[in-house]
Write a protein that binds this ligand. Sequence first.
Ligand code: SAM
Length: 218
Amino acid sequence: MSGPDPETKMQFLFALRSKGVTDQRVLEAMENIDRGPFIKGLFNERAYEDMPLPIACGQTISQPSVVGIMTQALKINPRDKVLEVGTGSGYQAAILSKLARRVYTIDRHPRLVREASEIFKALDLANVTTMIGDGSHGLPDQAPFDRIIVTAAAEDPPGPLLAQLKIGGIMVVPVGQSDAVQTLIRVHRTETGFEYDELRPVRFVPLLEGLGKDGNVR
Ligand code: SAM
């Protein structure tokens, strides 16, 4: 995997900074993880543009600047255990793996999980665990989590995910109708409850129930 040429890489990082990704650790992680291998076929040549692109199963790899903004909003510490709901291409999980101790990532499409696992293996990202399933229920066996990131839009932050967030933990989730502009929100779990703040408008594919069509349950 050769990665982008130095000028393309510089433009990629410039686009991130100019859209508000300023956290140095996040920028370094995004510099280290090449987006190219996560995009197959014709769209691969657009891997370093700041735009969402189609991936298998009718899904998308998110816009790099949105990945950066969501990642920095999580304020990840190196000891953190992170849950990502919506593995998709695996790009976001790979970046999380550079910042956290352990990353669990779950998607309802077995094919996406399989393909992302292969990339994690090829990149030697040994602290990422992939799971197939409906991530709106979280991962009770691995809970609680220091950080949770949801990369599909929910009408409300899913209750099981709120319950699986540690006290002092942070969750970032796009909230709103799937056919409209949604709002990226950040949830802090405190000793007494949850505090919410609105970060920015976003557009994500919807958080759906059950397994995807390439799984055996719907
Ligand atoms: N984070 C991904 C990346 O880095 O490429 C992009 C995620 S894509 C915008 C949204 C993903 O959420 C899709 O892969 C979709 O299959 C997944 N998804 C939707 N509903 C889900 C659910 N209930 N549980 C798990 N994954 C879900």
